[in-house]
Design a protein around this ligand. Structure first.
Ligand code: DGL
Length: 270
């Protein structure tokens, strides 16, 4: 049993979709959320730069916040930095990424023969989904499409609107996605437009987001490692590395409860 908080981080506030699922699945647990808004978006940055950010945030979550587990609530950071973090903290704390639970979910589904993913440029360029799908299920057909406009469009509040319809139409009619049985929303911002995407693709294409599968994976790991807390001991905390009015407003889009964002001085100490 361990009553410490769970550390969750993302490039910004998109990872709040994962934090929200964790709160639903593990209501007794407390967490610290860190949104690296000073360096947003991660989606067009180099692997080395993202690894540096991820490492520093994880050190803050472990050494200053004493977190008992780390959830990388960002596909781009999972693609770029998961292995480095896992290897560094092996035997100390569990590190959970958002990619592996989704890969497991897809390969276990016998109805999926052709899977598509939409994601940031860095996630698509990393090839990590393709590598994992091909290794685990070689006969699964795989297609990937970088959709760089979507994360900023969502952060600006453009969804269920003419703007989002036009952007989605442009992306989702791309011929790389034709014939898919399932589309993975491989960016933690995208659950906000899941309904729109589902409406666009129709009932024959499953639209999958990682929030629930990641929360379930975390629960399994906490149980296995005997890290679960019997009751909620702390308030949830929300840090961002840059605090603007617009981040404060868009937080409400991603998280159902009223959240007080605290400005972290992590990069000011650097
Ligand atoms: N939330 C990030 C992800 O899951 C995307 C946003 C960004 O580009 O920073 O990939």
């Amino acid at each position: 049993m361990n009553t410490n908080r769970i550390g969750i981080f993302d490039s910004g506030i998109g990872g709040l979709t994962v934090a929200s699922a964790i709160r639903r699945v593990l209501p007794e647990e407390s967490f610290v959320y860190f949104g690296d808004t000073a360096h947003l978006p991660y989606g067009d940055k180099s692997r080395a730069l993202i690894q540096g950010y991820a490492l520093r945030i994880t050190e803050f979550l472990l050494h200053e916040m004493h977190c008992k587990a780390i959830v990388i609530a960002c596909n781009t950071a999972s693609a770029a930095a998961y292995e480095a973090l896992r290897d560094r903290y092996r035997g100390t704390v569990p590190v959970i990424n958002v990619i592996d639970p989704m890969v497991e979910r897809v390969i276990a589904d016998e109805n999926i023969h052709h899977v598509g993913i939409i994601a940031t440029r860095t996630t698509v360029a990393s090839g990590v989904y393709q590598e994992k799908f091909t290794r685990r299920k070689p006969d699964l057909k795989f297609s990937a499409l970088a959709t760089p406009l979507l994360a900023s469009m969502i952060e600006e509040g453009f969804y269920n609107s003419n703007v989002s319809h036009a952007v989605l139409e442009q992306y989702l009619t791309d011929k790389r996605l034709s014939g898919i049985d399932a589309l993975v929303l491989a960016c933690t911002h995208y659950p906000l437009i899941k309904k729109e995407i589902t409406g666009f693709l129709g009932p024959h294409v499953q639209v999958l987001d990682s929030a629930e599968v990641v929360a379930a994976k975390l629960r399994g790991i906490l149980e296995k490692e005997k890290l679960k807390t019997p009751e909620k001991k702390h308030e949830d905390l929300f840090y961002v590395s840059d605090l603007t009015e617009s981040f404060a407003q868009s937080t409400a889009i991603f998280f159902p409860d009223k959240v007080t964002l605290r400005k972290s001085s992590l990069w000011e100490q650097a």
